[in-house]
Design a protein around this ligand. Structure first.
Ligand SMILES: [Zn+2]
Length: 282
């Protein structure tokens, strides 16, 4: 009997050790997202440069990203150049999602429910007419939403994706030149690391997606997008965050599954927003 008992003890110990090993959260993969685009410029188009960099760069080729498009932006998605770029994003295997279907960067939370519903339907119709596929993801302008906003998104077949890291590169307040982009990413990833280490982040296909937000209409971002990606790898290394063998997504379906897994559907969830936006939103 003592032999059996010690055997059982050994088995339980090894189970415990396995459980401890399994408790290490899944490695991180950066899920790149771009808001506000596409840009409408006929030449030197920042969206085009970002697409080219994602396709070919020294870090990882054929990176796929989520583009939260503004389908009716007067200087972007609402133009022929813009629509062609949305089509190109889709054809190149990126996930095309919705940001706004209004002429301007309108706040969804301040719209009447009827106006929001119409706008969401317009956005879905716009994207279906350009790509043939309905968007599954939406990101609210200004990160502003409430229970009604979420309900409208869900009724139009979309889930809301917020962000873990932000380059704070939005154009809206003229933050077009980031002197401190590395320290900014470091701060955001350090915060994210705490939730990752606590096992509080969703895992999809064996990796932990960490959502990063840029603005593809921003020419500074566009020119520095490779540097931004290098910074992400660099700060992950500095913070001892283990990265997946492929640190960026390169498969459309895997990317979309990960984005859906990371989406927020409970209006009572307090969003983790980039500092500037948190201040604006509250
Ligand atoms: Zn935006």
């Amino acid at each position: 009997m003592p032999v059996l008992r010690s055997h059982l003890l050994a088995v339980s110990l090894s189970l415990l050790l396995n459980a401890a090993a399994a408790a290490e959260p899944a490695p991180v993969r950066f899920l790149l997202t771009f808001d506000d685009g596409p840009a409408a410029a006929a030449s030197g188009n920042p969206t085009v440069h970002i697409l080219e960099t994602l396709a070919h760069n020294p870090l990882q080729d054929n990176i796929k990203a989520v583009f939260f498009t503004q389908t009716r932006a007067w200087h972007g998605g609402g133009t022929d150049v813009g629509r062609a770029l949305i089509k190109r994003e889709y054809d190149e295997g990126h996930v095309v999602a919705l940001h706004s279907a209004t002429t301007f960067h309108s706040n969804h939370r301040l719209m009447s429910r009827q106006a929001l519903d119409e706008s969401m339907q317009n956005g879905v119709d716009d994207l279906v007419s350009v790509t043939g596929a309905a968007p599954k993801l939406v990101r609210p302008p200004f990160w502003a939403y409430d229970a009604g906003t979420l309900e409208s998104y869900h009724q139009h077949g979309m889930q809301m994706l917020l962000t873990d890291l932000s380059a704070n590169d939005g154009k809206i307040y003229g933050v077009n030149f980031s002197w401190h982009k590395r320290s900014n990413m470091l701060t955001h990833l350090a915060e994210t690391r705490k939730r990752w280490a606590a096992g509080a982040m969703p895992v999809s296909d064996g990796v932990t997606p960490v959502v990063v937000t840029f603005h593809d209409v921003n020419t500074y971002t566009s020119r520095h997008i490779q540097e931004y990606m290098e910074i992400l790898l660099d700060v992950a290394h500095e913070l001892d965050v283990p990265l997946a063998a492929k640190p960026f997504y390169d498969d459309h379906d895997e990317l979309e599954r990960a984005a859906l897994a990371a989406s927020v559907s409970d209006p009572n969830t307090k969003p983790r927003l980039p500092g500037l936006w948190n201040w604006l939103w509250n």
